[in-house]
Design a protein. Sequence first.
Length: 752
Amino acid sequence: MDEERGGGQPVQVPALCVEGAVERIVFHNADNAYTVAALKPPDSTHEVIIVGNFGDVRPGEQLRVEGQYIVDKKYGRQFRVERFEMTLPETTAAIEKYLSSGLVRGIGAAYAKRLVRHFGAELFSVIDAQPERLREVEGIGAKRSEMIRQGWSEHRALRDIIMFLQQHGMTQTFAARIYKQYGEHAIEQIKTNPYQLAIDVRGIGFKSADALAQKMGIPVESVERCKAGVYFILQELAGEGHCYYPADPLIERAAATLEVEQELVITAINALKADNHVVLELLPDKTRAVYLRQLHAHEVGAAGLIARLMATGKLFPKISAATELDEFEKQFHFELASNQKLAVTTALAGGVLVITGGPGTGKTTIIKAILRILRKAGVIVLLAAPTGRAAKRMTELAHHPAATIHRLLQYSFRDGGWQRNARNPLKADFVIVDEASMIDIGLAHALLRAVPATSSLIFVGDIDQLPSVGPGNFLRDLIDSGVVPVVRLNEIFRQARQSLIVRNAHRVNTGRQPVLAAPEGRSASTPSGAGQRVRHQASDFYFFEAEEPERALEIIRQLVRERIPAKFGFASAADIQVITPMHRGVIGAQNLNREIQQMLNPSGSALERGTGVLRAGDKVMQVENNYDKDVFNGDIGIITTIDREDQCLKVNFDGRIVRYEFNEVDEIELAYAVTVHKSQGSEYRAVIMPVHTTHFIMLQRNLLYTGITRGKSLVCLVGQPRAVRMAVDNVSSVPRHSALNQRLAQLAALNS
């Protein structure tokens, strides 16, 4: 804080220092680590309200803060923190409170009391130097003493990371993730290459890593900085779905981001090529492409394996498609459409096939028909899908076991990756993969490596849905190559035509405005307000108009808590899924989760963390692949237990209990509301989706289409008719840079 004297020259006021224990957290912003907390000095009866960006501290922690007292017009006298450090408590009472807060795995309130009673103020030195002595305390055996030793070691390492980050001007928000990635050697790793943080740690961008590097003295124009910057930008572009990026726009983007000359970027790209981190290639369409090495290997490998599958003869009995189709129709008492028959006939000929179509066009019926005919002939068939929910649905509909692709290929982190591969292929004559639009190039390559050349492979999916979250445009590239046989299903069956969900999905997909059925049987219309008005006494698709986001939020709350359960008998958490275009905002996933959690699960055993609170009974989603735990991005479960003493929580994923240490909980997040991208491959009994102009960046046709098609029995849109119009009319999307289609066409031309 500066003050002015005499001639107006600013004078720096020396920083004041306050020490004490954190009594409670008043406010915490997870985005920028801004925190308001109550600090209790040891020799005072009054609390000091401290404010600043000092992150995810918890009640019981001891802080030494430097800064100045300020007077806030609204909140009064506060201490603004400019610098802080964590200190260990010294009195037995403070030590007991510190450990009772669950900071150290293995120590809860009961054990904290016993340990302090036995060791007093010497407890910390005992844990550090003589952890075996912990067994002197009643109830602590070898297992718990080792748990406490490890927990204390992790806690000390995490504190060191926090202080290191603070000294270099970086928020401690990511300290737990950094520790999880690098362990006790985290600080050494950061000092060796701070830019690695941007690559390895989710949430840390290049700018944050670069700011840290600058404070550590790395020059702005160093080649190493530019190499790290280009590599990170390519990683960022892969996160946006690109397998490669054209050289010229990449150079321009990198030069602008790094604020260096383009010549230095070119030098950095060539250095990355020399280090085998990137691949430079002139594509068949003459694009100068820059690939991350692994993505290049995936794309080239996938193209070669598909070409091999298509060129190799198949070993299975000859089947009369006409005879089998006739028997299938007689058994199930309905007639397949011409394109459905074409799909089955083409599949029974063997090879590689793509079957694509929207909701209600009979994709599941085709899978059933192909499966029944092949199994009758003694052919071994495997079914798979990209997500657990999609595989479960496939199992239920096809009456045949289906697995996620990861489980089918037996991925094991401990054993070095995919256990099913070219050396240990799948034992199957046919592999059928549903929800293929979700498959990225890496997963496609892994699957193709495990499929024997003499096997056949069928991809089933809706090409008009959102593309995969990961890089590539696999299903569309197969279709666009002109090489792989494709059957398009375009006839909506009579039973499906009775569903307004299905009809509206197809209207949106063909650029027509959906019929927005008003609730309670009131009249409905298209968003333009023109045309025939339709009255729906009983519908599976409703529109609730809300001009303001706050009003949309209130309607969503009512629908989840009362209206849908009362009218349809659906369970608020288990059956109803809110999906939304974006993370941020009043009707973004983050705020919707907070609001719905507070409404459905407001109390009980809880774990506070930077992004909010997790409670026993909460609906959560896994947000990254964890091969050790056998849970994958998009899996949804329910928290069953939160154990502060053992510092773990447990989640029930469809009957399977998975344990998470507290330092692993950033892998899960609340799932009362999820983004449309995260909902891919899933089907829910009831879907509520806000469609509002505050999400204008994401209002696109394929996003609205994907959202609508997630609902099985009920879809409720909440928002503005003009936002629906915007989404339907907006077909512009950033094209993904992938060259699998070019490679397939080139290989086909060479082999012809």
